[in-house]
Write a protein of this length. Structure first.
Length: 421
């Protein structure tokens, strides 16, 4: 597949290098400042341009990798999706979910792949850790019932993403890993020293998963050494994954399962980029309207929603409760019929009142009721589509129309729950 690279975000450069190294993809254009490492790994056979429209005007470009700086990323992402090409975008695509909602709606029309770049959750060691939350061959949970997930982020510099960028609010890392291991988050609370998420300060996030179990994430910047630690605790076992030099350095997994068996595994420094290349290829190859089994745009939307909920939690000193209403064809039909029925009821009342002066209007009540009953037959006449979706959750916005499993999503309905900190 022939693709173009916009920007020089490190994740975008790594993915572009992995795609070229696979031998299955060709980089045609790059719009990034000259860089020695970039030239050595990617420049051969590529053309450097500075005009996005020049890249999008070339019909040979099949995919656009958006790795632009924070100031231009959202605009470049929107334009790339509007050009009706497959798009991969680095995380975070913005500092609020609004642009992600808009891009997701555009993608529903183009029906092409739209994939976020979330490398941490694709690391082999993290995926191995997730297997301990599954069931063994006899159907019993490997660690018993899931109770707790602990995550620690230590960094010698800043932990936050896009910290110190003018005009941008910093984002918290790790939401993709949290959701990949524990599932959807039902509520989240963030503790900070002030009323805003500020660079250079420690943060503590806690919350609860929809399927049960709680989580705790600590963000500690400016530590003497980097470290990333994840610990899963069940009713009959626990397992810990440690990156002593930070991700994606060497990783060590230790723990005991419900049967008392000791697990000790290790990984050398292993980059997640080859696995991400395969996920991008799967998303591109997926049939229109069918979501890939790997990353989808809804993962990016969820991460930005959780960021937004965490900011509101800090500012208002409250626990933010998130709800994910199911959106399906049956639910949509029932909602539409409810609106039609309410409107018809008011219409019948109006006709009955007016029939006092215009008697023939009363005869219209029967046909109206017959029309409403006829509409109910549509559920059996028109075959249902085998698709369903879960709408995201965040607060204070009007949701866009219908979410799509292939990556689009509509904003969540969220409520704030008073809570003692």
């Amino acid at each position: 597949m022939r693709f173009a690279l916009l920007g020089n975000h490190v994740d975008g450069l790594e993915l572009a290098a992995a795609m070229v190294a696979s031998g299955r993809h060709q980089l045609l254009y790059h719009a990034a400042p000259a860089d020695s490492v970039f030239r050595e790994r990617l420049r051969a056979g590529t053309r450097q341009v500075h005009d996005l429209e020049e890249i999008l005007a070339d019909p040979d470009v099949e995919m656009v990798l958006v790795a632009s700086g924070p100031a231009n990323r959202a605009a470049h992402l929107r334009r790339a999706v509007q050009s009706e090409r497959h798009v991969v975008c680095v995380h975070p695509s913005g500092d609020t979910p609004d642009a992600a909602y808009e891009v997701g709606m555009i993608q529903q029309d183009t029906r092409l792949a739209l994939v976020p770049l979330l490398p941490a959750a694709s690391h082999p060691a993290v995926r191995r850790l997730g297997e301990f939350l599954s069931r063994d061959r006899v159907g019993a949970p490997v660690l018993g019932e899931f109770l707790l997930l602990e995550i620690e982020f230590w960094s010698t510099g800043e932990v936050l993403l896009e910290a110190g960028v003018a005009g941008r609010r910093p984002c918290l890392p790790g939401w993709d890993v949290l959701r990949g291991l524990g599932g959807e988050v039902a509520e989240v609370s963030l503790l900070a020293s002030g009323e805003e998420i500020e660079p250079g300060t420690p943060l503590l996030a806690t919350g609860r998963f929809e399927r049960g179990g709680v989580f705790q994430i600590s963000f500690l910047p400016h530590r003497p050494e980097p470290r990333w630690r994840l610990r899963l605790v069940g009713t009959t076992g626990q397992v810990e994954l440690l990156f002593p030099l930070g991700e994606p350095g060497p990783a060590f997994l230790t723990g005991r399962d419900a049967a008392g068996e000791l697990h000790e595994e290790a990984w050398d420094t292993e980059a997640p980029w080859p696995a991400l290349v395969e996920q991008v290829e799967e998303a591109v190859a997926a049939a229109p309207g069918r979501p890939p089994s790997g990353l989808s745009w809804q993962d990016e939307v969820r991460c930005l929603e959780l960021d937004d909920a965490a900011r509101r939690s800090v500012h208002r000193r409250r626990t933010i409760l998130l709800e994910y209403p199911e959106s399906s064809e049956e639910v949509s039909f029932k909602g539409t019929m409810t609106l039609v029925g309410c409107g018809m009821l008011w219409g019948i009342i109006l006709l009955v009142i007016l029939s006092r002066w215009v008697p023939w209007l009363g005869w219209a009540v029967g046909p109206l009721l017959g029309l409403f009953l006829l509409l109910q037959l549509l559920r059996w006449v028109i075959p249902p589509q085998e698709t369903a979706n879960v709408a995201p959750a965040s607060g204070g916005r009007e949701p866009p129309d219908g979410a799509d499993e292939s990556g689009g999503s509509r904003p969540p309905l969220a409520r704030e729950k008073e809570g003692l900190r």
